[in-house]
Ligand binder design. Sequence first.
Ligand SMILES: Nc1ncnc2c1ncn2[C@@H]1O[C@H](COP(=O)(O)OP(=O)(O)O)[C@@H](O)[C@H]1O
Ligand SMILES: [Mg+2]
Length: 257
Amino acid sequence: MVVVAVTGKGGTGKTIVSALLIHFISKVTTRVLAVDADPDSNLPDALGVADQIKKTLGDIREVFQVSRDDMGMMNKEQWLEGKIYTEAICECDSYDLLVMGRPEGEGCYCFANSLLRGILRKLMRHYDYIIIDSEAGLEHFSRKTIDTADYILVVTDMSKKGLSTAKRIKEMSKELKLDFKGIYLVGNRIMSKEAEEIIKKFADEEGIPLIEFLPYDEKISELDLRGEPITNLPEDSEFVKKVKKIAELIVGVSIKV
Ligand SMILES: Nc1ncnc2c1ncn2[C@@H]1O[C@H](COP(=O)(O)OP(=O)(O)O)[C@@H](O)[C@H]1O
Ligand SMILES: [Mg+2]
């Protein structure tokens, strides 16, 4: 099991990068779990499977929270686990997809979360690759609903805010004692050599190795406007080829499409 968390400032391209990684990695193995862990995010749309999502993990946690059914301790866990498997995990295309959904409401969710932690840990073991589209606050990691990540990919655009968010994520991942193997920077929508130089320098100084610069691609905006999934991008797009390279680094073999 290899867990890859894609994170970074909002709007930098986390969701499209995650979607393409899922697309490519699921060509190598069908044991891929895609996790949408950004409450603002739209991974199912980017993958073109939004109509297949029935419930989010958050929806199920809410039902659990207000449920007055007198279940024994053991039954509570089984109930949650059953609901998650039957209602929240979408068996999409060649991967499974879990949407974490809205943040918690008022009240104490400690009990629900501690059950969820165990269930997710068990669930994740069924997969070879888990790709998490995660917001910059790493909320699910700080709440420990997800407690492991092997690789953290931080996406940044050509903005100071993008870079300072990357720096903060590195600090946070250390504080959370995430036992990760590597944290890497991905520059997206980079449109000048000067910007590349600044980002490279940042990567060196902060010890967040840069793995790729992804170009601006107007076709991405067009797809977005038309509401089409990112997987409709032509295979010969520079953007697609470069994300495929990142996917190959993760799986360690070349990917045939
Ligand atoms: N390389 C790019 N070229 C053109 N448009 C892009 C590029 N990367 C991202 N976008 C656009 O920017 C917006 C934000 O991308 P998204 O992946 O949703 O970011 P995030 O998940 O980090 O908030 C989307 O509308 C997307 O279509
Ligand atoms: Mg997003």
